[in-house]
Design a protein around this ligand. Sequence first.
Ligand SMILES: Cc1cc2nc3c(=O)[nH]c(=O)nc-3n(C[C@H](O)[C@H](O)[C@H](O)COP(=O)(O)OP(=O)(O)OC[C@H]3O[C@@H](n4cnc5c(N)ncnc54)[C@H](O)[C@@H]3O)c2cc1C
Length: 399
Amino acid sequence: MDVIVVGAGPAGSTAAKAVAEKGYSVTVYEKGPLKREKPCGGGVSDRVVKEFGLEHADTFWDRFCQGIFLCSPQNRTVVLVDKAGGKGYLVMREKFDYFLVEKARKAGVKFVENTYAEPFLKDEKIHGIKTKEEVIESDIVIACDGTPSSFARKLGIYSGNDYNQAAAYQYQMKMDNTEIDEKIGDNMEIYFGHQWAPYGYSWIFPKNGTVTVGNGTWLYALKKCKATLKKLLDTFIQEHPVASEKLENAEIMYPQSAMIGFTGVANPLYLDNFMVAGDAAGFVSVPTGEGIYYSMVSGAAAGEVAAEAVQRRDTSRTVLKKYKKRVDEKIGTDMKWGYWLRRLVMDKEKNQEQLIRASLRDEWIYDMTGRLIGGDIGYKQFMINYLLRPDKVFRLLWG
Ligand SMILES: Cc1cc2nc3c(=O)[nH]c(=O)nc-3n(C[C@H](O)[C@H](O)[C@H](O)COP(=O)(O)OP(=O)(O)OC[C@H]3O[C@@H](n4cnc5c(N)ncnc54)[C@H](O)[C@@H]3O)c2cc1C
């Protein structure tokens, strides 16, 4: 086989599709069933649909997202509405991920579910995967096994450090659509405040007859405040002055929890015959937690480079290093600048408060905040726009 992809999330399906589209054989091995609900808020930015040509998006989304509602630590609220007509989509991951699987299948990708994959090594290099039953050899393996990537770790690739380990906890809650429309509308809701999620944030994402309510933060922050995410989320649902009223009739269906790949980008991203993409490689936005877009961008880049390498009959790191160059060009600045933004916004309640206050008072800041969170502009561009407008920096910080 030419290429094996490990993991059938957004990164894996996108990587495999890119390989198949160039005419090479590719199989995705997924440890679980292909149809299953993953812990995720399900916010999919508009650029995912545009850049990946996801036509018939109406078959996978539960709600079209019109805006982003932000609530400050002192309960000031603002709804950032996109003047251009929409911020993205609110999806249940079972449907969304399976949509990507089907799209990849149409391109010629084979999927094998319920099969756990481990690296198969020969002469200290990876040459395929081992499952419980067999060894399957391939020219290239792309690990898209989510965070933390046990596959990459077995090859000695780690990302991040203890400071950057983060986790999220959420409930899928049943809520009447009429009540969702009335109280939440078609907005992704984000709540700041260390009391509810220290150094992180809480969210309410409306779907069709359900809402996803969760919180996430860094493990060091939880340790510092001696709290668990579950306890903080329960308190948020029951006591938050704004959110508790909206959720008063919502019923918990089931909880979900997972790590978030805020661990920093893996180094290296490739070896001979091997690449790592998506959450497994640490491609997640640190300020917003958006990971679907970044996993698909990195997956596509890995798939394209894999196809080129197979065509050249050279799958060594000399050829695969192109992968790093391509992801760096496309999302490298977001990964680097994201940490600065996080330090500016997430770490200090004062700054969260000020961001929302300034967005309410100043149309330019309002527009910039909406474009940043909605993914319309990258973090570097956001910072540059401010550097070019010192008056707005002043307004943002002190106005
Ligand atoms: C609570 C929470 C909320 C989030 N909300 C959002 C959001 O609203 N919007 C957004 O953009 N991002 C969100 N994210 C991040 C987003 O979920 C991830 O960035 C995205 O799923 C990454 O896709 P991926 O394909 O890299 O990995 P995953 O989606 O994690 O897929 C990895 C796949 O690999 C499989 N696998 C793992 N190990 C093996 C193995 N050894 N063999 C075979 N298969 C294996 C897993 O079963 C899984 O299916 C959220 C994350 C969390 C935890």
